[in-house]
Design a protein around this ligand. Structure first.
Ligand code: EPZ
Length: 418
């Protein structure tokens, strides 16, 4: 199994181009099932999760060509299968996003029930509630969810009980080909949802209000092929900003949209970072030891759960004490024990709060990655620790961070994969 070896203690400095957003690319790839015509995507990140989604689309019978760089072409003219199997869904929950498109275009589909995952239970009840409101029959058998609407979906008013990114996306996709108008209330407002809405409109859909808590979709007869460039990855961008700040470094990120990073930039400034932004770039300069900063995760535009672990790692070496509150997932503090192995002083209070007592320095130790973002928090800790940190199970990192050793090395870090 591959490991990452980091010789810590170096200031990171330089410039970096941010990749396309994993969490925008995944729903957009699923949405390409909504048309028989060719969809050509640009700025797609090269990640294991993208590979998993392409495998799923090919398994359904779509033609998916990856140009080996950042271009992907999908043609889903005819499908041979309407079923997403357990072995793919269990490795990546975003596989569930094919159900909306299958239901909308083919009148039915079956997707393995995702079940639990490392960061919590993560049910899909809100996706199913919306499909049912649009007239689909929902059944469960042998661990699979089966949805069918042979006569087509009907537009509906759906008020979600909780803010869900994937639920909003699945229902938006399903509604594009439904008869009449769908109104999604308490919709998630994440920038990736805006990107999906823009992509659907480029295919000929009539989506409005995406990016607000009420999304309106007027169903159309059919959708067509299109070309589309995926938005920059705000989580990758924020992660590198945090890593650089933790090492008291300096960086210029390009290919990024600073407007999507509001809460993270604000917290970094409170921690003492000097930040400048312009169209397509962000610069960060951190001269002193970071100050401890409370963070509390919330749906967008709040502080993202996907950057909680990395920020917590920076807080571990910050000056002062602070509180980190996780409100989105019930089990997203598994990195705490690992960071403490490096000499951090972090106490867990229940399942949603971590009290961080900043220490002056961390000391290297072997640690183990537990989920995607948690693994990068160990990288942050390893970068600031004195000595050699080895991170095991880094396949988690490869799900969501493109070319991590190359990008960190370009900033002067001493990192290699063994
Ligand atoms: C998306 O997951 C992201 N994944 C996650 O990123 C991210 O952490 C999450 O949104 C929150 O921002 C992708 O975009 C592919 P949710 P998703 O539905 O859509 C509960 C990463 O590291 N819920 O918004 O699965 C759920 O249990 C990943 O890149 C229900 O109760 O998240 C959770 O507590 C990890 N019922 C909360 O809502 C439902 O039907 C938010 O989940 C659906 C969700």
């Amino acid at each position: 199994m591959e490991k990452l070896v980091i010789d810590g203690g170096k200031r990171l400095e330089g410039s970096l181009r941010v990749s396309g957003a994993k969490n925008a690319a995944l729903p957009i790839l699923a949405a390409s099932l909504l048309t028989a015509e060719r969809v050509a995507l640009g700025n797609a990140p090269r990640l294991n999760d993208i590979g998993t989604m392409l495998k799923l689309l090919r398994g359904l019978g779509a033609d998916a060509v990856d140009d080996g760089n950042s271009g992907i072409e999908i043609t889903a003219a005819n499908l041979s299968e309407l079923r997403a199997p357990y072995d793919l869904v269990k490795t990546m929950r975003a596989s569930f996003l094919v159900l909306g498109p299958l239901l909308a275009r083919f009148g039915g589909g079956e997707v393995s029930l995702p079940g639990g995952c490392a960061i919590g239970a993560r049910p899909v009840d809100q996706h199913l509630k919306g499909f049912a409101a649009m007239g689909a029959e929902i059944g469960m058998r042998d661990g699979y969810v089966r949805a069918s609407a042979p006569g087509g979906l009907r537009g509906a008013e759906v008020e979600m009980d909780t803010v869900t990114v994937g639920g909003t996306e699945n229902l938006m996709m399903a509604a594009t080909l439904a008869e009449g108008k769908t109104v999604l209330r308490r919709a998630a407002r994440e920038p990736e949802i805006v990107d999906l809405g823009n992509f659907l409109n480029a295919m000929g859909a009539r989506v409005s209000g995406h990016g607000t808590s009420t999304v309106v979709i007027d169903g159309v007869e059919q959708l067509g092929g299109t070309g589309y460039a995926i938005m920059p990855d705000r989580v990758e961008a924020g992660t590198y900003l945090i890593a650089v700040a933790a090492t008291r470094g300096r960086v210029r990120l390009t290919g990024v949209d600073p407007r999507t990073l509001g809460a993270v930039l604000e917290r970094l400034m409170v921690a003492g970072a000097d930040i400048r932004t312009g169209k397509g770039w962000v610069e960060l300069d951190m001269r002193a030891r970071p100050r401890a900063v409370d963070i509390e995760t919330a749906p967008y535009p709040g502080f993202p759960t996907d950057m909680q672990a990395q920020f917590l790692a920076m807080n571990a070496i910050a000056e002062g004490d602070c509180r980190v509150t996780e409100n989105i997932f019930e089990n997203r503090f598994m990195h705490v024990q690992e960071i403490n192995r490096l000499g951090a002083r972090i106490e867990l209070r229940g399942r949603s709060t971590a009290l961080v007592h900043g220490v002056e320095r961390l000391r290297a130790a072997p640690v183990m990655a537990t989920d995607l973002r948690a693994s990068f928090s160990l990288v942050v800790a390893g970068l600031v620790a004195e000595g050699r940190t080895t991170i095991d199970r880094i396949y988690h990192i490869d799900r969501g961070y493109e070319a991590i050793e190359d990008k960190l090395s370009a900033l002067g870090a001493d990192v290699r994969r063994i």
